[in-house]
Design a binder for this molecule. Structure first.
Ligand SMILES: CC(C)(COP(=O)(O)OP(=O)(O)OC[C@H]1O[C@@H](n2cnc3c(N)ncnc32)[C@H](O)[C@@H]1OP(=O)(O)O)[C@@H](O)C(=O)NCCC(=O)NCCS
Length: 415
């Protein structure tokens, strides 16, 4: 079966997490992703957080499926020529080096355009143009600079970063969208273009609702769905809202049976307005459905703390899965707090290919997250990550190099 990005060749100059997430997605959609790594060393994550000695780490394997690996020393003059040949052959160059690294290597936008005017050059950087544009950035720096940390956590505690890698993987997603959009535009213009996804911008995009709230706060001085209302105080900036829902449907995380010993025996419970009467019935507070202090969303806002305390009295008598089953019967929106162990063992996620078991020649079997985006005409088959330089000879041959030339380049340390 054909794949959506069949025929698209990606020169993958990415490392660590943000860039590799992007190119992995493109590979899953069918692009031929050729990962260029430093000869002898490779992507630094191959050896980071290793759980098996001398074997590519899960960090690396889980971000580099379906790619080919070639090793080129791009600072070696002959290595540069190999890279030039690749630039001429590929449609997209994706990189997430520190600012200026690609230029220092001699591959400026102008030079790349000379070599291949159709080339799309896609970059992840920590910041866009401005005071921080030269800074190196990792995940949590982006979460802090993009507004996620200041708005996450509890009001009486410090800023908190999320386990979701919105700075790295989130920006990789943004970049992937920019690349396919640029590929589409190229079908009209015939020209390549630069695509930039700055991590601060990507995180801020995901924190859009908090900038909405900043303006609401400035205009009205309060936000009634925040836990600070009605007794706490609001300052000048959007405060941390604990586990409150972002929108107009108040929600909170509530204890379930077993919470004393199981750190994940909790459920997220949303008091959605259309099902308020059903909620009242389920928790045995039928009178709240008509009591003017509780009957309307506006009347409930000053009492949210008491309302959730009452609902929790009910959820504590059920496991999170029992509560889920009962509440779903009444269309009451809720979600169990699933541990990574529970997610890894969930049969439905295996069935859809969202969790996949992959075999690797030196590591053996491991679990990974498959393609979260499902296309009906372009199914994803998750293939193991490449060993360092596994495809150097294969790709060099495709570029037209003879076995003798390949051997000479290897002796010269260029590949
Ligand atoms: C992630 C980051 C902080 C890592 O920094 P780092 O480990 O110092 O790596 P750099 O990107 O600076 O690259 C290091 C050097 O390797 C060189 N290099 C990379 N591949 C090479 C190759 N195949 N052959 C020869 N040299 C190579 C680069 O040219 C660069 O050299 P220079 O500093 O002399 O110009 C940095 O790359 C960065 O800020 N990237 C953008 C933001 C980002 O993606 N962050 C998220 C990471 S998950």
């Amino acid at each position: 079966m054909s794949k959506a990005l069949d025929g698209v060749r990606i020169l993958d100059f990415t490392h660590v997490q943000s860039g590799p997430t992007c190119t992995q997605l493109l590979a899953w959609f069918g692009a031929d992703v050729i990962k260029v790594e430093r000869a002898g060393a490779g992507d630094i994550t191959r050896e980071q957080l290793r759980d098996i000695p001398d074997v590519d780490s899960l960090y690396f394997t889980m971000l580099n499926h379906n790619k080919r690996s070639v090793t080129i020393d791009t600072k070696n003059p002959e290595g540069k020529l190999v890279l030039e040949a690749l630039i001429q052959k590929c449609d997209v160059l994706v990189e997430n080096f520190a600012p200026g690294a690609l230029d220092r290597m001699g591959f400026t936008w102008e030079r790349i355009q000379e070599l291949n005017p159709r080339m799309i050059v896609a970059s992840v950087k920590g910041f866009g143009p401005g005071p921080y544009e030269d800074c190196k950035v990792y995940e949590n720096v982006a979460q802090c600079a993009g507004g996620a940390a200041s708005t996450t956590g509890f009001d009486d505690g410090p800023p908190v970063v999320s386990g979701a890698q919105i700075g790295d993987s989130g920006t990789g997603l943004h970049l992937a969208l920019g690349i396919v959009t640029a590929l589409y535009q190229r079908t009209q213009t015939g020209r390549g273009q630069k695509v930039l996804a700055a991590m601060q911008d990507g995180v801020l995009n995901l924190c859009r609702v908090k900038l909405r709230d900043q303006q609401r706060l400035e205009r009205t001085g309060t936000m009634k769905e925040y836990p600070q209302y009605p007794n706490g105080t609001f300052g000048e900036a959007v405060p941390r809202a604990g586990n409150a829902s972002g929108g107009g449907q108040p929600g909170w995380i509530l204890k379930c049976k077993g919470w004393e010993t199981d750190p994940n025996a909790y459920i997220y419970f949303i008091t959605q307005a259309p099902v308020w009467a059903k909620i009242c019935n389920v928790i045995g507070k039928e009178e709240w459905a008509t009591d003017p202090n509780y009957a309307t969303p506006a009347a409930r806002l000053p009492h949210l703390k008491d309302i959730f305390a009452e609902i929790e009295r009910w959820t504590m008598t059920k496991t999170k899965f029992e509560a889920m089953q009962i509440l779903n019967k009444y269309d009451i929106p809720c979600g169990p707090i699933l541990s990574m162990k529970e997610i890894a063992e969930e049969p439905s996620l295996r069935k859809t290919g969202t969790i996949v078991e992959v075999d690797h020649p030196t590591r053996g079997k491991y679990l990974t997250v498959g393609n979260p985006i499902k296309l009906s005409d372009s199914p994803t088959e998750v293939k193991r990550s490449p060993l360092l330089g596994e495809h150097t000879d294969e790709v060099m041959t495709e570029l037209g190099y003879s076995p003798e030339q390949i051997s000479a380049l290897r002796t010269a340390g260029a590949i």
